[in-house]
Ligand binder design. Structure first.
Ligand code: G4P
Length: 511
């Protein structure tokens, strides 16, 4: 297990996450040519189709999992499980889920642009989950801000100590490479025989003013402390250019050397150690239609303990009875491969037809329940608009009745007069409209609601009141008058929950 590194790359869009991912895979030997992630033969169609969607939209839609290996000088092999995360803000919930399944993260920052508000939010999530962060300042081959400025900004945004582990030798047109402090060499991509940015060899001498900067920095920022990093109190900062392949080998070495191996996970039954014999894991993501030709649905399980073997029986907590996992999938960079075994820290894809849900625990004994995992119930919320505004009273009665029956759930927002209905499936909405007409003589239409999910609020009065004061536009009452938090996303719920530990945000309500 100590040779597993399960990590995510997070960044705002355009910082260079895709480019860096490709270069990491390239250096890890998982692909052989830059651009290969895009260029695929027919044999690789399944995955490249999936990626095509991402390319067409210009954003990364899904979290993909890629596994690659790298040999250490001593012959031991490190297995890297890289979990890509979408950078688009609409998909922050996805990012949040992915962060529950990793042991560390690489934060990519654009040297020229610095830290954007969205990236600050990601930092915050990492801190909430105590995910240690390695910072990679990308695009130093472009004209950027001063290195000191960037370091200060990172320290400020993370509220962490920063330690530069390398230093760019010039930026923009003056860029000549990256000096790695550990080896005191200027990095050059492995096996790369290109001209060194106009020079035949890496520059022998570092320009005087940069040498001075480096001296200042090394004195000013202190030593890197691996323990402080793993505790989430310090972030090592690496500089580089993903596009030009500078600083990438150093980054891989850093993950191998410093990033934590698979961590224990909290459960209702106490902490589950990765060295435990029983096979346990949890579902952090479900992805439908990854392969358009097979209409498949794959649940991603993070293995927490035990050695998983193909065909073994595990009990999903929500199902309560064991199922045999016959076709587990490990995600290698180029292909899907049938996994025979998997170790703690590995991600296993499990094809299924809806039996596995996000937040489920899988185990041999069915006695373990992992905690701290967001469980997102599928919900559809719609605003109800009347065709005839004089029928408000009838509509209210109808909605109260139908919610009592369980046809729908109804929410009356504190601000504004537009009522919101919540359902689990589209069919319920069709039923609602036809029954409103037939039974209540009310003609209504359903419109998109500005909310995505709802949670019943419970907690001490003072905490409830304080929360209500700050979140009026997101508050509603259900038909019994109980307070409900209307969230823009499930991520929003998790975020508020962590910020308001005295309140319970419940996805269900006892009837
Ligand atoms: P993302 O996944 O984080 O959204 O970023 P992506 O890797 O797609 O990179 C965004 C843009 O930044 C791309 O340019 C990419 O080539 C460029 N880029 C990435 N790393 C570096 C770097 O180290 N230096 C420089 N100078 N540029 C970098 P694009 O023009 O938007 O796309 P493309 O035409 O290159 O595909």
């Amino acid at each position: 297990m100590s040779n597993r590194r399960t990590f995510a790359i997070i960044s705002h869009p355009d910082a260079g996450k895709t480019t860096l991912t490709e270069k990491l895979l390239l250096q890890g030997g998982a692909i052989h040519l830059a651009g290969e992630v895009k260029a695929r033969g027919a044999a690789r169609r399944a995955r490249s189709d999936w990626m095509k969607i991402e390319q067409q939209r210009g954003i990364s839609v899904t979290s993909s999992v890629m596994t690659f290996e790298k040999a250490n000088p001593d012959g031991s092999v490190i297995t890297f499980n890289l979990l890509d995360t979408p950078g688009h803000e609409d998909f922050s919930e996805d990012t949040y889920r992915t962060l529950t399944a990793v042991d560390s993260a690489i934060m990519v920052i654009d040297a020229a642009k610095g830290i954007e508000p969205q990236t600050r939010k990601l930092f915050e999530v990492c801190r909430l989950r105590s995910v240690p962060i390695i910072t990679f300042v990308n695009k130093v081959d472009r004209e950027g801000r001063s290195v000191f400025e960037t370091l200060d900004e990172v320290a400020d945004a993370l509220a962490l100590d920063v330690v530069p582990m390398s230093w760019p030798i010039g930026m923009g047109g003056e860029f000549r490479g990256v000096l790695d402090f550990a080896t005191d060499t200027i990095s050059r991509p492995e096996g790369d025989s290109r001209e060194f940015l106009g020079l035949r060899e890496p520059p022998a001498d570092i320009p005087a003013e940069i040498a001075e900067e480096i001296e200042l920095a090394q004195a000013g920022y202190g030593e890197f402390d691996p323990v402080a990093y793993r505790h989430g109190d310090m972030t090592p900062v690496y500089f580089g250019s993903a596009l030009k392949n500078f600083g990438v080998a150093e980054l891989i070495d850093a993950i191998a050397k410093y990033a934590p191996p698979p961590r224990p996970q909290p459960s209702e039954q106490g902490t589950i150690e990765p060295s435990g014999k029983e096979v346990t894991g949890f579902i952090f993501k479900v992805q439908a239609n990854m392969d358009p030709q097979h209409r498949d649905r794959i649940a991603f399980m993070r293995l927490v303990s035990g050695t998983f073997k193909r065909g073994m029986k595990l009990t999903p907590s929500a199902l309560g009875k064991p199922v045999a996992i016959h076709s587990p999938i490990l995600f290698f960079a180029q292909d899907r491969a049938i996994a025979d075994t998997a170790e703690p820290g590995d991600i296993v894809g499990i094809p299924n037809h809806g039996t596995l849900r996000v937040g489920d625990t899988l185990s041999e004994s069915n006695k373990v329940r992992f905690t701290g995992l967001p469980n997102f119930a599928p919900e559809i919320l719609r605003r109800v608009a009347l065709k005839d505004p004089t029928k408000t009273k009838q509509l209210r009665k109808a909605l109260d009745d139908l919610s009592e029956e369980g046809v729908i759930q109804v929410f009356y927002p504190e601000i504004g007069g537009q009522w919101i209905v919540g359902v689990v499936g589209q069919l319920q909405l069709d039923v609602l409209i036809s029954r409103l007409e037939a039974e209540y003589k009310v003609e209504a239409v359903l419109e998109a609601a500005p909310f995505d999910t709802a949670r019943w609020l419970k907690g001490p009065d003072a905490a409830l009141k304080q929360f209500a004061d700050f979140n009026k536009s997101n508050l509603a009452k259900d038909r019994d008058g109980d307070p409900v938090f209307m969230a823009r996303s499930a991520w929003d719920v998790s975020y508020q929950q962590e910020k308001n530990p005295d309140l319970v945000f419940s996805a269900t309500k006892e009837r």
